[in-house]
Design a protein around this ligand. Structure first.
Ligand SMILES: [Zn+2]
Length: 109
């Protein structure tokens, strides 16, 4: 099922989930709306989610690092790469399917 997200400026459903995911976070420049051309980005929800994810990924990587000995170096490196890659993927999926589009904060600075 495909649906679109509403632009916070013109109120039209102009962003696909993929375009929304690529619009970046609240602190980024955002992406222009195809209808009105004004910039949109992901709201605070994705920032909180990214924050939680990066803390969890950091803890997981530290646990692997501490628990692994030199004979498991290869396995633990692969596992850490999977965790880091997985957290990027989850962050992307969150932006695709959750949260709202907002105006980027940057234009106020
Ligand atoms: Zn618009």
């Amino acid at each position: 099922m495909m649906w679109k997200y509403t632009c916070p400026h013109c109120g039209q459903k102009t962003f696909t989930p993929l375009q929304k995911a690529l619009a970046g976070s609240y602190k980024s420049m955002g992406k222009p709306c195809p209808n009105c051309g004004r910039k949109c980005c992901n709201g605070m929800g994705s920032i909180y989610f990214d924050g939680i994810l990066s803390i969890l990924a950091f803890i997981a990587v530290m646990v692997i690092y501490v628990k692994s000995d030199s004979s498991q170096k290869m396995e633990s490196t692969i596992l850490m790469a999977i965790i880091i890659g997985g957290s990027f993927l989850l962050s992307f999926l969150f932006r695709m399917f959750f949260g709202k589009l907002v105006e980027p904060i940057r234009k106020m600075q």
